[in-house]
Design a protein around this ligand. Structure first.
Ligand code: HEC
Ligand code: HEC
Length: 453
């Protein structure tokens, strides 16, 4: 049958349907240049939204605390940075019941879960100082065309971080002030490690394909990419506050932003991941590559080039190196992990009293490493009604790992999702969550104690 023999309305409808189909096909197969252009046009809108939310929640100023630095000298930021609702004080808030705080909507916004820099897009995102140094040393560009990291540098861990080896405490910091990459790891470590550990370290600084950084057209780097190395996030075996959305939760609005944890002291830990509770470093190493790198989507992993590590050698070697990473020295602690009275200040000693007494912190943060290797449900949702903030539904967190507090001043921001910027913030947070009613003096002392850990 020829078209011309059909009534006009049929072929008009036919053409319209064909055009419609074509539009669907183009949307599904948007070319990479078109995708880049579209997402770059949208980028400022989401960046502005995130910065407005951060400014609303926190005081982001560069205000170092007196007389305290991270291990290699970066100033530690001081003061409570979470903003209070209008006409509120921390003491007034602490005097209220959780139900009352919830009912009146008085929970400080900074104590709600923190959304990813662009929550709907999600994925791995690195601070600029890491991107710049990696590019300089290895020519690999970790810039995403669709989004940038959100928090200012002064609130992040020291970069590059110090590295302490359990096997060679005599050497102190072995980083020589450099970021360890594929370009320099051998030179830096050939004399301090055995060949097996050195091979483990090589794999930890070797990039492997990942959801946003790969060689397919479904990526967020301008150029085809080799991928991401473990130490792009766990820089120098510590953390640079690179972030990601957790692979385990759906739908996307419920997925947690996750702060890269330090690998210092993983050797004494028994649970890995803020919620996953994997039982060995080997399991977590394998999980990162097979699942976390691809947001828990095996089909994407297959398409984008997952690097399946061999368990008996590669995973084992990588885990062996990770297990050498020690906490930073804490010269004021004795062998029990408590303050040596001859070295500690009055404030630190009073803080220790509160930590083990009225604060009940040691119920979960048990010395010498200040973790109980368990997970706890802090039930923070007692204090607020469910609310969606920038694409993230603030709801119940569920049980979360008790992160160790040894060396804690070196790894801001705090909590699994970076929602707290200073140790002062963590004290106000736990004062409310645990309903402790600490005095101003007790709070200051707790901070002094945690800085000594
Ligand atoms: C986005 C940057 C990123 C990269 C790249 C990365 N990690 Fe992680 N890593 C994280 C985050 C975030 C977590 C916390 C996960 C969670 O809370 O569920 C984590 C957790 C871990 C843990 C558990 C630590 C703990 O205290 O519970 C280990 C071990 C680990 N990663 C090893 C690795 C290894 C090995 C690689 C390379 C194969 C790697 N990571 C690559 C961000 C990263
Ligand atoms: C019931 C167990 C429990 C008690 C009691 C407790 N904590 Fe925690 N602590 C946790 C858990 C669980 C986390 C991780 C929470 C998260 O990431 O959402 C945590 C996290 C922290 C962090 C941040 C760690 C990091 O790496 O980001 C600090 C600091 C901290 N606690 C200090 C304290 C202080 C101070 C007290 C006492 C006033 C205290 N905690 C009492 C379980 C506890």
């Amino acid at each position: 049958m020829r078209y011309s023999s059909l009534p006009r309305r049929y072929w008009v409808a036919g053409i319209a349907a064909a055009v419609g189909l074509l539009a669907v096909a183009t949307a599904a197969e948007e070319s990479l240049p078109a995708l880049i252009q579209r997402l770059q046009e949208e980028k400022p809108k989401f960046a502005t939204r995130q910065q407005a939310m951060l400014a609303d929640r926190y005081d982001l100023a560069d205000r170092p605390a007196k007389d305290v630095t991270m291990s290699r000298g970066k100033p530690t930021q001081g003061g409570v940075r979470v903003k209070l609702p209008a006409d509120m004080t921390w003491d007034k808030l602490a005097a209220m019941t959780p139900a009352d705080v919830k009912e009146k909507g008085l929970w400080p916004a900074g104590f709600l879960p923190l959304p990813h820099p662009h929550h709907e897009a999600g994925g791995m995102i690195f601070p600029k100082f890491l991107i710049d140094e990696t590019k300089k040393q290895t020519d690999r560009d970790l810039t995403r065309f669709d989004l940038d990291f959100d928090l200012p540098d002064h609130l992040l861990p020291e970069f590059p971080a110090a590295i302490y080896l359990t096997t060679r405490p005599d050497l102190g910091d072995v980083s020589k002030g450099k970021l360890v990459t594929l370009a320099n790891f051998n030179e830096l470590f050939k004399d301090a490690l055995n060949p097996k550990q050195l091979e483990g370290l090589r794999l930890l600084v070797t990039p492997f394909p990942q959801q946003q950084f790969n060689a397919t057209e479904d990526r967020r780097s301008a150029k085809a990419h080799q991928g991401v190395a473990c130490f792009d996030c766990h820089a120098n075996g510590h953390t640079n506050a690179s972030t990601h959305t957790v692979g385990d939760i759906r739908p996307n609005e419920h997925r947690h932003r996750i702060d890269t944890p330090s690998l210092r002291g993983v050797n004494v830990q028994r649970l890995f991941g803020s919620q996953r509770a994997l039982k060995t470093i080997e399991d977590f190493t394998e999980f990162e590559q097979r699942a976390a790198y691809f947001d828990g989507i095996p089909a994407d992993a297959a398409k984008k080039g997952t690097n399946v590590l061999e368990r008996g050698s590669q995973v084992h070697f990588m885990a062996e190196f990770q297990a050498l990473l020690d906490f930073p020295p804490a010269p004021k602690l004795n062998v029990f992990g408590k303050l040596d009275k001859s070295k500690a200040t009055e404030a630190e000693l009073r803080g220790q009293e509160v930590f083990f007494g009225k604060g009940q912190c040691a119920t979960c943060h048990v010395p010498p490493y200040y973790t109980d290797n368990l997970m706890h449900n802090l039930k923070v949702e007692r204090f607020f009604k469910e609310v969606t903030v920038n694409g993230r539904k603030a709801s119940a967190d569920g049980p979360i790992k008790t992160f160790p507090l040894r060396g804690i001043k070196d790894s801001p921001p705090y909590l699994h999702d970076d929602r707290l910027l200073t140790l002062e913030d963590t004290v106000e947070f736990f004062n409310l969550v645990l309903e402790l009613k600490l005095s101003a003096q007790e709070k200051d002392d707790l901070v002094a104690f945690m800085r000594a850990l």
